[in-house]
Design a protein around this ligand. Structure first.
Ligand code: GRF
Length: 208
């Protein structure tokens, strides 16, 4: 049974897709042993509690030093002892010590087709605002392993989503969530839980 910790910051729709995937059997061999948020009072915490999943808030603003926040985060992870850490709408830069503590065991969902519209400053709605400003006709989402960079780790999967005339950032974000994020992330977890994907020599290796 793969033990996962899901890290969240806000609404938790990707967390909900994972919870639902485990409940309906589309994600197998997986248990969410904890949810960690960097923000208090967000809907993702309600979603975890409603599903009976232990939920914790570790807020960087409550630590005088960033290093203390990182230590608290790593200590909680060590306590939960996950096999895989899933960043689902998590808006905190992962510290290097966390990447090295969990090599090939951290995955992230990003709401664009990496390498477009990613990296520093590209998160949440801003990704879709930039895509609309650029006038792309196709966008989408990417699941990738997390390395020391920002959205630079080995790509696991991607799914394209059409941009339609008249799209607002909010409408486009919702379409990318519905048509890509909520499909890709559960599938990646199920693949990892059943040994179909792993990170090897800095690449995503898929067992066919
Ligand atoms: C989504 O656009 C997700 O791709 C991004 O954060 C937004 C909110 O995600 N990382 P969620 O509803 O909190 O899962």
């Amino acid at each position: 049974m793969l033990k996962i910790v899901v890290c969240v910051s806000g609404g938790g729709t990707n967390l909900q897709a994972i919870i639902d995937g485990i409940a309906n059997g589309s994600i197998t061999n997986t248990e969410i042993v904890g949810v960690i948020s960097n923000n208090h009072g967000v809907k993702s915490l309600d979603r975890a509690k409603a599903a009976g999943i232990p939920a914790f808030t570790i807020c960087p603003r409550e630590f005088s030093e960033r290093a203390d926040f990182h230590k608290a985060f790593l200590d909680k992870l060590a306590e939960l002892a996950p096999d895989l850490i899933v960043l689902a709408g998590f808006l905190v830069k992962i510290p290097e010590e966390m990447v090295s503590a969990y090599p090939g065991r951290i995955i992230n969902i990003h709401p664009s087709l990496i390498p477009s519209f990613c990296g520093v400053g590209y998160y949440g709605l801003r990704v879709h605002e930039r895509a609309l400003e650029r006038g792309v006709k196709v966008t989408g989402a990417t699941v990738h392993f997390v390395n020391e960079g920002m959205d630079e780790g080995p790509i696991i999967s991607q799914k394209a989503v059409n941009v339609l005339d008249g799209d607002t950032p909010e409408v486009l974000q919702r379409r990318v969530m519905e048509e890509a994020e909520w499909i890709l992330l559960p599938r990646a977890i199920d693949d990892y839980a059943n040994g179909r994907i792993r990170m090897e020599n800095g690449r995503c290796v898929r067992k066919v």
